[in-house]
Ligand binder design. Sequence first.
Ligand code: DWN
Length: 417
Amino acid sequence: MGNKNLTKINKCRICDSKKLSDVIDLGKQPIPNGFLNEADLKRIEKKYPLVAVFCNTCSLMQLKYLVAPEVMFDNYLYIPSVSKTRLRHFESLASEISAIANLKKGSLVIDIGSNDGSLLIAFKNLGNKVLGIDPAANLVIVAQLNGIETIHGYFDLNLAKKIVKIHGKAKAMTATNVIAHMNNIHEVLKGVETLLARDGVFVMQFPYLLDLIEKNLFDTIYHEHLSYFSVKSLLYLSKNSKLEMFDIVKSDLDGGSIKVYWKLKDNKKNAVNKEGIKTILKKEEEYGLDIKKTYEKFAQRVEELRKNTVFELEKLKKKKKSIVGYGAAAKANVLLNYFGISKKIIDYIVDSTPYKQGMYAPGSHIPIYAEDMIYKTNPDYVIIFAWNFSKEIIEKNKKYKDLGGKFILIEPEFKIY
Ligand code: DWN
């Protein structure tokens, strides 16, 4: 291997099984949020193998090669607050959890992977005491400037014990789009067991494996996402935990995600929705989420999508059409690098994240500008790479459509609007 920042797994992260089958190989790629500045362009860009495997025992899809978390998360350019859709989701999540956990004024709420504090601001507005935990030094400062007390570090059992001593136990804990990013998930659950109050509620949210496979969302497979959960795999994960899953709710966010609700086993207050959990498990079985063939068919569909997309874009370029991208998202970089789409096809990408503007996309080195660039060059086509926010983006750019512009979405199949 020769690279100290790369490790190859030989067993499943959840159940230790060695029955892992290759699902898809997306080639060697830079880390998906590894945006470059001018000076970086002159240096060799580090690339790492991006391969997804499937555990035949517990149905967890996971990465075969792991990039060290410090490389990806010590300094982090992704923030949720640049998307209204995500902020609105955080507000509804905070009020929903407030009710389920019966939060009172001053109840302590802790968010693991709190980023710029966006979710905790919603809880703080409801009168709760809040505490964030995040490894990205740059974002801890942003969160603190937002008035959100944040501990700088990677969440583990040790940190949980320290927090209990200083802050006490939490009535509610959240982990949105972060559990999939953590290698030590058994230890993370132990940390939550330590930190959660007896009658506390812990809510995880992450993209759902069934939606990823069904909608060909291959571009959400990237180095930050070590795990791709089925409900079956989550039950394996919590088999020996003091935590018990008591409900699961599907969400449209991020192309299809699940909110998973946990409590301590001896908390009799929140009833277990046995029927709901059984129904979703049954759906997974009916879909074949626990058999290798399903993943082989997924990989074939992605190959078809790759060939067709490149063919369609090259056809537009032959007609001298101009094409730009919308949303310098992590998933955009996976798609561009796997499909081999370069600056010869995409002139630039626009993005609302201040930190990304003026930088270059990892791998493709396509320049990133603020969103208003579209109205300066008026391109023939705009590919929406941030397809999970296509509604918000299209609404925001009615003027572009009125000027005769056309949007392109690539998943679940290539389509011009
Ligand atoms: O799990 C993760 C998800 C939650 O966020 C992280 N591992 C990394 C990151 O993935 P992503 O970069 O694919 O996330 P988003 O939120 O889908 O990225 C959307 C991108 O589009 C952002 O860079 C912001 C941009 N955007 C924009 O330019 N204009 C978004 C909207 C809504 C807009 O109007």
